[in-house]
Design a protein around this ligand. Structure first.
Ligand SMILES: [Zn+2]
Length: 500
């Protein structure tokens, strides 16, 4: 009779911006998302989609399931040592208490760094392997904005990574991880991981070319039976990690040679595209002028993405640079969502809707900025609201819409990036009537906003986000990567040798 595997699952995730002034501690995890064993909600979160999917498998009688803790902290600064030790101990204790296991599945992010641990995911999985031994299948899911280490790969059987940026495929990624882990347990496949270091750090939105075609191509390649999974690690430039940068991961069915060749081939293709991968960005001034001019010829609003003041990258999301400039240019009919300012939200809630108050908001975290002080109308207040991101719900906390000089701004109390038009709509802002929309997000906004806007302008506002790998102080990085080094693969010399 077929043995029903005993599966343990947990999710522990955040994305650490080691350059951020914000600190990440246990409170940050508990405030953002913390589900004790068996208390995971029915809806998946970005890194914990394994839970609802495994429950289905359990109810089908396919597995026995032991649910562990699932937690996620909004990206921020370095995790303190005690918090990391406590989280790790918690997971390891749950695994020890689970008894003999067949499969361990982990919903991770891959860019978690603590004061006492530069590779939290590698450290976690190494310790899990020590407990469960070599024969238990360990599967995990990652966000592509991660630093994949050799330590992690050595101790894991299966790793699947969101292919899309925006990460609209997080449920599919978890599904693939479960399928491959079960097949490994049932001895239907022998997964072998090949990893190629692309040696580059840039941003790789899949909503545009050339990354769109690249992802479609790897999806096609996965139809080949000997290829179990292909993933691209994009890297996360705000993390001071020795493993910083892009990587290509190919999992084959017991064909390491094929996997090595394919990961090399795909990795070098990606490297050759390096200068075309990121979106074209504009300065503060130019992005506003461009948006103003583009709107003249269109009926739909123009969207400006403030790509670096993105709480999803571990910064505050309270920059007022674009709005201050728009005010000085006397631009009208703009809506911005959101500025993170819990204190200002509280004052708006106390004053109530229709009140006119003197408010100081935004610009409170970055040392280079100052808040805006204005007489504002509190247009709408909402308690404990959410925005959708795919099948997941992202808490925005108490929010307020304030208006002044024909500009509407959404203030939120739970720090989060702009994922969807909910940010505006839940606060009573009709986006179709606006000239310019400003959001704080690198690319996760794309799918929700794209149908409602005529153009997207990517604004590169210099602030506290370490947006230039050439200038960032990566003290842990010992490998050569582009753009810090122009030719990390030594191609120029190789080509010269060929010519001779
Ligand atoms: Zn990501």
């Amino acid at each position: 009779m077929k043995k029903i595997p005993k599966v343990y699952c947990a999710s522990i995730a955040t994305e650490t911006n080691t350059f951020s002034p914000l600190k990440t501690n246990m409170k940050s995890f508990k405030e953002t998302f913390f589900a004790k064993p068996n208390y995971h909600p029915k809806t998946p979160t970005l890194c914990s989609a394994l839970f609802p999917l495994l429950r289905k498998r359990k109810s089908n009688g396919e597995i026995k399931l032991i649910e562990g803790t699932a937690t996620w902290a909004e990206p921020g600064g370095l995790i303190d040592s005690k918090t990391w030790n406590d989280l790790k101990k918690l997971i390891l204790k749950e695994i020890k208490n689970a008894g003999k296991l067949d499969i361990v599945l982990l919903g991770l992010h891959g860019a978690m760094i603590a004061k006492n641990c530069v590779d939290c995911e590698g450290d976690l999985v190494k310790n899990i392997r020590k407990i469960v031994g070599p024969n238990v299948v360990i599967g995990a899911t990652f966000d592509p904005h991660s630093h994949l280490s050799k330590k992690f790969i050595t101790n894991t059987n299966i790793l699947t990574v969101f292919k899309e940026f925006p990460h609209t495929d997080f449920v599919e990624t978890a599904k693939n991880c479960i399928n491959l882990s079960l097949k490994t347990f049932n001895k239907k496949i022998k997964p072998r991981i090949s990893l190629f270091d692309v040696k580059m750090m840039t941003i790789l939105p899949t909503s545009k070319e050339p990354m769109r075609s690249f992802v479609d191509k790897i999806k096609n390649l996965e139809k080949d039976k000997s290829i179990l999974s292909i993933s691209i690690i994009h890297g996360f430039m705000a993390g001071n990690s020795p493993d910083l940068g892009a990587k290509v991961l190919v999992i084959t069915d017991n064909d390491t040679n094929y996997g090595n060749n394919l990961s090399f081939e795909l990795g070098m293709k990606l490297f050759k595209l390096r200068k075309k991968l990121g979106p074209k960005t504009y300065s503060v001034n130019k992005s506003l002028i461009k948006a103003k001019n583009l709107f003249k010829n269109n009926k739909k609003p123009v969207l400006i993405a403030d790509i670096w003041d993105n709480p999803g990258g571990g910064v505050a999301g309270d920059s007022t640079v674009l709005i201050k400039k728009a005010l000085s240019m006397k631009l009208k009919n703009i809506a911005l969502g959101t500025i993170w300012d819990p204190e200002a939200v509280r004052l708006c809630h106390e004053a109530g809707e229709k009140a006119i108050i003197n408010l100081s908001f935004g610009g409170k975290i970055s040392p280079t900025e100052k808040p805006i002080k204005k007489n504002v109308l509190v247009k709408k207040i909402v308690k404990n609201t959410f925005q959708k991101f795919g099948k997941s719900l992202v808490p925005m906390g108490d929010c307020a819409c304030i208006t002044f000089n024909n500009i509407e701004i959404v203030l939120n109390s739970n720090r989060c990036q702009t994922f969807s038009t909910d940010v505006f709509e839940k606060l009573g802002i009709e986006i179709a009537n606006k000239n310019i929309l400003i959001v704080k997000s690198t690319n996760h906004f794309y799918n929700s906003f794209h149908p409602h806007v005529s153009n997207i302008v990517y604004a590169s506002v210099n602030g506290i986000y370490p947006n230039n790998p050439k200038k960032n102080k990566y003290t842990k990085l010992k490998r050569k990567i582009w753009p810090i080094f122009s030719d990390p693969h030594g191609l120029v010399n190789k080509n010269e040798n060929k010519k001779r």
